[in-house]
Every structure is written in structure tokens, then in C-alpha cells.
Design a protein around this ligand. Sequence first.
Ligand code: EPU
Length: 416
Amino acid sequence: MEKLMIRGGRPLRGTVGISGAKNSAIALIPAAILAETEVRLDNLPQLTDVAVYAELLEQLGCRVSWTDDAMTIDPSSIRSVPMPNGRVKLLRASYYLMGALLGRFGEAVIGLPGGCNFEPRPIDQHIKGFEALGAEVTNESGAIRIRAKELRGAKIYLDVVSVGATINIMLAASRAKGSTVIENAAKEPEIIDVATLLNAMGAKIKGAGTETIRIEGVGEMHGCRHSIIPDRIQAGTYMIAAAATRGDVLIDNIIPKHLEALTAKLQEMGVHVYEMDEAIRVVGQPKYESVDVKALVYPGFATDLQSPMTSMLTQGAGVSILTDYVYSNRFKHVPELVRMGAQIRVEGRSAIIEGGRLNAAKVRAADLRAGAALVVAGLTVEEGTTEITGVEYIDRGYEKLVTQLSNLGAEVWRQG
Ligand code: EPU
């Protein structure tokens, strides 16, 4: 079993360049199949989820070519193939094939999505949207079958602010007849990125990034070239790691505005954070205040940074309370941090964290961001070697993690 080994206690120092956003890439790749001609995506992250998605499009008959940080998708010979099983189950974001195939062919059969299962993650709002657009949705032995004689625009109010449902409805509605309005839409930067690509492909979408999105359906869409936004979660994780190790790191090729909630919290703890046009410099300090953190939908503090932030809060001088209002039980990192000596207890949707030193231990990453939390924790440990299993989860979201951390002076390597 492969392990990530960390001998911590070294302040991270230097510059780290951030790749394109995973959660954009895995929506933009399926979005490309709505076009009749070639779509090129630049600033693509090199991640396992991206590779799986490329294979899924090939199964549908697309021609996909892929270099270091760009992917070209030629959907001109795509066909609608049922995908009840197989690799769709490896990836939660395979649900975007539902909206994209529905928009393109009026039908889709997709196995219920897998991915990081830190808690049950329903897709009822996606289905509500497809039904409002005129589709019939049935569950056939764990696969979702969606069929529409004709997709018609509709007004859809999301009961829950959902990134996935907002994007899925945008995908299908782009090719529906007439206009669609999504109310209570998610406002994450990844939504804007998808709308930007779709508009460059000929869609007519307004309001992405606000809670009301209007989509005028179009008959045909075409290829284009698009550059993926920087990964704000990867960037935020390096900001936290720099602060937790009392380092000095320039996090480069990012959009600092996407990280404002984290920047504010780190500053409240006493970290020195300097924003530049496309970079943020984080300078750690010997002592930190404890603070309370509430994970919310964007522009609030990102739930995906909640786990690594838990590790940062172990460095505070007193008691911090971290509450996740997006997921009620995303705390699989907590028992592992406790193994490392952290004083944390979970009460309802909150983690109560008492500051103190961590020690080396053998721990397991149960999901992607839980893994990021353990990496940050391991980097702060002054004696001994932390061994993290479940590396395959971490690989889903952090391109070249070992190389990037080593370049910043960390002693980290893979074993086994
Ligand atoms: N929800 C419902 N019904 C739905 C959809 C969502 O009740 O139909 C609930 C969820 O259970 C959750 C909340 O709404 O409590 C928000 O879920 P959302 O749909 O926004 O999440 P998602 O689209 O499935 C994406 C990211 C996650 C990230 C969340 C929240 C992708 C592929 N995943 O998930 O990223 O945590 O938004 O920002 O884009 C990660 O990168 O580690 C990750 C898990």
C-alpha cells in the first residue's frame, strides 16, 4: 500500500505555482460535448479524475488528446451510450454527463456517481432541474435514466444551494427550447468558469456568479478555446501549510479574490498575508490566536478548506470552533488528527479544537480534503515521521504534491 511519508518541522519557503481548478476541469470536460466541433481546454490540472473523465468521453466516441496542461476534445463523432456501470462510478462529477448528454441527445443513462463519500451526497436537486426542463427521470438498478422528448426552458428554484445542480441545469438548459431561470443558484467561481466556456461555445447565459442565472437555449453550439481558472482549494491548502509551518511562501498564478474568506481568517489568527494581482504571500508567525470558522457556500469560507483549516487551528493558542454549514458530518480527518495528539471533539456539525502540539503517527486519509488536513498536520510535527495511507484520495486533488512540497523545503516522499 502506497504511503506518503512526512518528516515535518521545517518551515515551507519559496514559490508554488497553482494549476487549473479540479472542480472546474471536471465540469468543463463534459460541457465540451455540447459542441459540434473541437474544444480546447488550457491550464488543465494533471489529476486522476481528469484522466478518468477523458476515458469516459472516449467511451462516448469523442476524440480526446491530452498534453501536459491542455486537452482537446473533438465531439463530432459522439453518440449517446448508456453508462450504467464502470468508470462513471469512480467519479462523483460523472453526474455532469447527465446534463450534458441530456442537452445534446435528450437522453442519458449514468450509474449513480461515486467519488469522495464523506457523507451521503444526494442529487435530488439535479433531478428536480431535469424534470422541470421536461425530462422523465427513473432509477434503474442504481443507474439514472433521463429522457426528454423535447427539453423546454423553465423556472427552477433550488431548495439547496448546490454547485453540481446549478452546473448540471446550465448544461442541459443551454440546448433547451426557450428560457430557463435558476433561482437560488450557487455562486462559486467554478460556476462562472463553466458559463464562460458555454458562452464561448455559443450559449446565452447571464448572471453566473449571482443567485439568479438566465439561460436562453440555443439550437447548436460550436468549439472554442478556454483557459481553466486557478484551483482556489489547492492554493488555499498551500496558504494554510505555509502558515502552519511558520514559513514564507508565495502562492502564484491564482485569483486572490477567490481566497478572501481564508485570507481574512488567517489574518485574524495573526498570519501575515499579502495580496498581489495574481499571487498571495503568506508569512507565518511564531504564535497564533484561536478563531471560529464557519464553512458556508461561496463567498463564505469553503467547506473544501475546512479540513486543512482544522489542522491549522491546532496551532492556535486557545479553543477554536469550526462549523460546517455545507456538509453536516465532514469530519473524517478528526479521529486521525486525534491520533496525532490533537485535542478535538466533534459536536453536531462543529469541531471544537484546542490548540497544542501534534506528534508523528500512522494515519489514513479517508477522502481528498481529509488527506490534505493530514499533510498539513504532518508538516507541523517536529519529531518523527508521519505516515499517511489513502494517498489515492490525495492524488485526486493535488497535482505533483510531493514535488511541490519538496521544492518548498519539506521532507516528504512516497513509499511502497
Ligand atoms: N445537496 C442536496 N441535494 C442535491 C445536491 C446537493 O441536498 O441535489 C446538498 C449536499 O448534500 C451538500 C450541499 O447541498 O450538503 C452542497 O452540495 P453541492 O451540490 O454544492 O456539492 P457538489 O456539487 O456535489 C462540489 C464539489 C465539492 C465541494 C462542494 C461544495 C465538485 C465535483 N465537487 O460538490 O468538492 O465540497 O461542491 O462546495 O465540484 C472536493 O473538491 O473535495 C469536493 C468534495
